[in-house]
Design a protein around this ligand. Structure first.
Ligand code: FPP
Length: 264
C-alpha cells in the first residue's frame, strides 16, 4: 500500500479509493482475463489487432500497480489454447509482441521485484518464443515482491488433464492405489501455487473462458465493461474495493454467532 500512496494525488478519486481499502484484506492472488483489445481498436476505426499493443501497455501498468499494492500473485491470461484459431497474422503478432515485451520488460520487472512465470503448454511454442520465455523467467527468478504468472497457450481443462496424468504417474511409480488420489494431490500438480481470491474480467463478458477452472472454485468474480486497453489504476482500485465488500463463505455460512455445539 505504502508504495502506491505517494504516487497518488491527494483528494483525487484514486486517493479516495485507496483510503477505502483495508491493506490487510487485499486479495493475495488476483487473476485477470484481459478482454476487449479488438473492440477498443475497432472503436477507434483501426484494425482489431491494433488493440494488442495498447493491451500490453495496460498489462504493464497493472503489473506495476499490483506489485506496489503488495499483492503477492497476479495471473494474466495472455493467450489461450483456443487463440490459435485466430487469423494467422494476429497469432504471429501476439507471438512477436510477447517476445518484444519480454526483451524490453525484464529491467522493469527487476526494478519492481517481480518474478515472472509462464503457465500453459509451453512445449507447443516455437523455439524462438520458448528461448525468450526462458530468458525472462531466469532473469527474474530471484525477485520476491510479486509473482506474475502469464498464461500462454493455456487451457484450464488441459491443465487439469496434465495434473491428473502427473498424479497417476506418481501414484503408479510409488505403487499407490489410484482411488486414494485426493483433491490435494491434484492441486499439487497444477501449474499455479495458489488459487485466485479475485478474478477481474474486462469488456463485460460473463464467462470463465477455460481459465484456471480448478483454482477458481471459490474465486470472487468482478466484471467491468471497461475494455482492457482502458483498464487503469482507478479500475484496479475499484475492483479491489468491490472485493473487500464481498462476504466469502466458501460453501459454508457466515459466522452468525451460533455455537458449533448447537449445530450438532
Ligand atoms: C483479448 O482481446 C485479448 C487477447 C486475446 C490477448 C491478450 C493480450 C494482451 C492484452 C497483451 C498482452 C500479451 C502479450 C503477448 C504480452 P480480444 O482481441 O479478444 O478483444 P475483442 O474481444 O474485443 O475482440
Amino acid at each position: 500500500m505504502h508504495e502506491l500512496e505517494p504516487l497518488i494525488e491527494r483528494g483525487s478519486p484514486d486517493d479516495f479509493l485507496l483510503r477505502q481499502l483495508d491493506p490487510n484484506r487485499l486479495p493475495r492472488h488476483v487473476a485477470i482475463i484481459m478482454d476487449g483489445n479488438g473492440r477498443w481498436a475497432n472503436r477507434r476505426g483501426k484494425a482489431r489487432i491494433a488493440g494488442h499493443p495498447a493491451g500490453v501497455e495496460a498489462a504493464r501498468v497493472t503489473v506495476e500497480n499490483c506489485a506496489r499494492l503488495g499483492i503477492p500473485t497476479l495471473t494474466l491470461y495472455a493467450f489461450s489454447s483456443e487463440n490459435w484459431r485466430r487469423p494467422r497474422v494476429e497469432v504471429t503478432m501476439l507471438m512477436r509482441l510477447l517476445q518484444q515485451c519480454l526483451r524490453q520488460e525484464v529491467p522493469r520487472l527487476n526494478r519492481n521485484g517481480v518474478r515472472l512465470r509462464f503457465i500453459g503448454r509451453l512445449s507447443a511454442l516455437s523455439d524462438e518464443t520458448r528461448k525468450a520465455l526462458d530468458y525472462a523467467v531466469a532473469a527474474t527468478a530471484n525477485n520476491h515482491r510479486m509473482t506474475l504468472n502469464v498464461a500462454f497457450n493455456y487451457g484450464g481443462r488441459a491443465e487439469i488433464v496434465d495434473a491428473l496424468r502427473a498424479v497417476a504417474r506418481e501414484f503408479m511409480g510409488l505403487g499407490r492405489p489410484l482411488d486414494s488420489i485426493t483433491e490435494e494431490d491434484v492441486a499439487r500438480h497444477l501449474y499455479t501455487d495458489s488459487d485466485p481470491d479475485l478474478l477481474i474480467r474486462t469488456s463485460g463478458e460473463m464467462r470463465l473462458s477455460n481459465f484456471l477452472l480448478w483454482q477458481m472454485a471459490y474465486t470472487e468474480i468482478f466484471v467491468t465493461n471497461t475494455l482492457w486497453p482502458d483498464f487503469n489504476r482507478t479500475h484496479l482500485l475499484e475492483a479491489l474495493a468491490a472485493y473487500q465488500q464481498r462476504h466469502r463463505r466458501f460453501g459454508g455460512v457466515e459466522n452468525v454467532g451460533v455455537p458449533v455445539s448447537a449445530l450438532a
